[in-house]
Design a protein around this ligand. Structure first.
Ligand SMILES: Cc1ncc(COP(=O)(O)O)c(C=O)c1O
Length: 428
């Protein structure tokens, strides 16, 4: 047999395809799978495209071709200054983020989705064997690249309010004692996290920030669902406490609050930003300019007019899902989101396997959710508070992430009741 003319890097043999991308292949009526935004401002976006096109045509007619050529060209790796200015203003005004007083836009970095910022953050700050502390469960789009890049992940149990700082503190001590080194990074999603949909209260945000300062560890605060909050008042981001821009890398995205146009915007400590920008240059040279023009118009002129109605839609969908779960699911616990796209459900039956159930019962009945197992790292350790020690990574297979973002309330009601019936038959 002839030998293949290529060889694969080692990671390809132990990193499987993402569970969510695998599930995206299925087109079923009861879709509670990926966190796809379903209440998109499509009319506004269409109008932005028309306005932009008209503006370009009139520029061309008046001989300003260069301006339009610029819209369809390579741009600076860090993103166009006009969009960075618009976003910097919003971060300061809405979320109390401290940015450079003269040129706040210099502190904002545009990336191709916040996924790229996450990847580049890991790529530039993590060496083989470095320790990262995160919640159990956590966003798989962070966990999988972290394992791929050789990080040692330690997961910390959460409750209905998300990350528990006391456990993070104890885990840091445990790392020093058992592994002989401190963690390099803490990753948290404080606003309606993915996958549980929990929101971290103010006192815990402060405690996490103090922990980072005291132990000299950078926090990666992923604010993907920051704008998707149904209830007021919203807690300030952890980043708002970081007035020296030193301890928190703050990642945001337009994907959930505008549209999936692949634009993320982050505030990194300056030296980190330089390295990430270098890495981004290697990854894609720059993010598309025309999309940055679209989003600039959206954030300057439209977001505050159109987002409230999207939030109402998501809240209604979440309420419908809550009620249908409470009416029909067998014994278990669910989270109670005040924003974001997800409810997390855990069966009381520890032997229940949500992944097997998906394949054997849910999918044949046209229902998709994401089995909870996807949100635990492939390898790593877990901190066990009751034993105050690190053990091989713990995964709860009896869990599922159910997304309400994409499907209408009517379909959620029918689909979740159907799922509840199937679960009750199995777990009775
Ligand atoms: C917590 C979290 N972070 C980051 C992302 C990546 O978002 P994007 O790359 O679309 O900005 C997602 C997407 O689902 C997410 O849920």
């Amino acid at each position: 047999m002839s030998k293949e003319p290529y060889g694969f890097a080692a990671w390809t043999s132990f990193i499987p395809e993402s569970e969510i991308r695998r599930l995206l292949k299925y087109n079923v009526p009861y879709y509670f799978g990926g966190g796809k935004p379903g209440a998109l401002p499509i009319e506004t976006l269409a109008q932005i495209l028309i306005d932009l096109g008209n503006e370009q045509l009139s520029e061309i007619k008046s001989g300003n071709e260069e301006r339009v050529i610029d819209d369809f060209n390579y741009g600076p790796t860090s993103g166009k200054a006009f969009l960075r200015k618009t976003l910097a203003k919003r971060l300061i005004e809405k979320d109390d983020i401290t940015l450079d007083s003269e040129h706040p836009e210099n502190d904002v970095l545009i990336t191709t989705g916040s996924q790229q910022a996450l990847y580049a953050m890991l790529d530039t700050c993590i060496d083989q064997g470095d320790i990262i502390l995160t919640t159990s469960p956590a966003y798989l789009g962070f966990l999988v690249p972290a394992v791929k890049l050789g990080a040692q992940i330690i997961t910390i149990p959460t409750d209905l309010q998300g990350a528990i700082p006391e456990h993070f503190e104890a885990a840091i001590k445990c790392c020093k004692k058992e592994l002989g080194k401190k963690p390099e990074m803490i990753y948290v999603v404080p606003d309606s996290d993915n996958p549980k949909g929990t929101t971290v209260p103010k006192n815990r945000r402060e405690a996490l920030f103090n922990l980072a300062m005291e132990n000299n560890i950078i926090i990666v605060e992923d604010g993907a669902y920051r704008e998707i909050q149904f209830r007021e008042p919203r807690e300030k981001p952890i980043k708002a406490l970081d007035t020296e821009n030193k301890y928190v890398a703050y990642l945001r995205t337009s994907s959930k609050e505008a549209a999936v146009l692949r634009i993320g915007y982050s505030v990194f400590p300056p030296k980190v930003r330089e390295q990430i920008n270098k890495d981004k240059g290697f990854l894609d040279l720059c993010s598309p300019t025309i999309v940055q023009r679209m989003l600039d118009a959206y954030y300057r002129l439209h977001i505050d007019k159109v987002l409230p109605s999207a939030l109402k839609t998501y809240e209604k969908r979440a309420d419908t899902m809550r009620k249908a779960i409470d009416d029909t699911f067998p014994a278990g616990n669910r989270t109670d989101p005040t924003g974001g796209f997800f409810i997390w459900w855990e069966s009381e039956d520890k032997d229940f396997d949500a992944k097997q159930f998906l394949e054997q019962e849910a999918l044949p009945n046209d229902i998709i959710y994401v089995p909870g197992v996807a949100f635990y790292p492939l390898m790593g350790l877990s901190y066990l508070p009751e034993r105050e020690e690190l053990v091989p990574v713990e995964r709860s297979l009896n869990t599922m992430r159910i997304s309400y973002s994409y499907t209408s309330s009517e379909v959620i009601d029918i689909g979740i009741r159907k799922l509840g019936g199937l679960l009750s038959d199995q777990l009775a």
